[in-house]
Design a protein around this ligand. Structure first.
Ligand code: HEC
Ligand code: HEC
Length: 231
């Protein structure tokens, strides 16, 4: 019995130290690749519109609360565009001489990591958690999709800014912020709930309006968003 317990404890210790090594490696890679040249890697978030307008890339200092690790591993090797009009859309949308809006200068994330590097960086990013976010809040399960679509569209106008998959495979919606058509693979449901409830807690000057939504509506929207999967 003692022997089994000992083996068990050694196994746990090894697993823990392995994860620490990986997170430390990940941090070294983030420093070496100069991710902080574009991303804010430490809090707090900026507090003025002028600072937002200078933002080159999304904040990563709460990545461990926001993302799913497996998605990060893939993205860091092969970044895709999430924000059709860039990180701050007002820097990329200009009316042309016919007064038609044109998007220019949008580039995807510059991360081009190998599989091993991506795994180490994802471990490190997952260690960057917001200490105050409540976990176990989002209740993922059965929900009424027609009702959720109505709240997302007609009632709250979320689709004015965000793209989602609607009928069949059609992705529709606004372009001034991240697409949600892959949110179910990408985001942590507790973070989605928290962000919809109070976007300015995470980013004081973000242009997503704060709404007074009750728990049932937040659960409905969170469930709808978590069913959005690109594959
Ligand atoms: C030249 C600037 C630049 C550098 C350097 C860069 N990124 Fe990015 N990154 C971006 C931009 C811009 C986006 C937003 C892309 C989008 O939304 O379409 C982004 C998005 C991301 C996202 C998704 C964030 C979110 O909230 O959606 C992660 C994670 C990420 N980058 C990690 C990294 C890591 C790790 C490194 C270093 C290995 C890195 N990036 C280096 C510009 C950069
Ligand atoms: C006026 C535009 C606007 C409206 C309307 C809006 N949002 Fe947002 N939303 C944003 C912006 C801006 C962000 C964060 C931008 C970023 O990360 O670069 C955001 C982020 C999000 C995120 C996190 C996405 C991610 O990948 O990081 C979710 C989830 C979300 N919004 C859901 C909603 C829901 C649900 C509604 C309706 C109740 C809504 N939004 C209405 C602008 C909007």
């Amino acid at each position: 019995m003692k022997r089994i317990l000992f083996t068990f404890l050694v196994a746990i210790a090894l697993t823990l130290s392995f994860h620490q090594v990986e997170a430390a490696d990940g941090k070294a890679i983030v420093d070496g690749k100069k991710c902080a040249g574009c991303h804010q890697m430490a809090g707090p978030a900026v507090k003025t519109i002028a600072e937002i307008n200078k933002r080159k890339a999304p904040d990563l200092f709460y990545a461990g609360s926001k993302f799913q690790e497996a998605w990060l591993v893939g993205f860091l090797q092969n970044p895709i565009t999430l924000r059709p009009a860039g990180t701050v859309y007002t820097n990329h949308i200009k009316a042309d001489d016919k007064e038609v809006d044109r998007i220019s200068g949008v580039t995807p994330c510059a991360s081009k990591l190998s599989a091993d590097e991506a795994a180490a960086v994802a471990t490190y990013l997952m260690s960057l958690k917001d200490a105050n976010m409540k976990t176990g809040v989002a209740k993922i399960g059965k929900f009424s999709k027609p009702k959720a679509k109505k709240v997302f569209g007609k009632d709250e106008g979320c689709n004015a800014c965000h793209k989602v998959i609607l009928r069949g495979k059609k992705v529709k919606g606004g372009i001034s912020c991240p697409t949600l058509n892959n949110a179910g693979d990408r985001l942590n449901p507790d973070w989605v709930y928290s962000f919809i409830n109070d976007p300015q807690y995470w980013d004081p000057k973000v242009w997503m309006p704060k709404r007074e939504l009750n728990d049932a509506t937040l659960q409905l929207l969170t469930n709808f968003i978590m069913t959005q999967k690109s594959k």
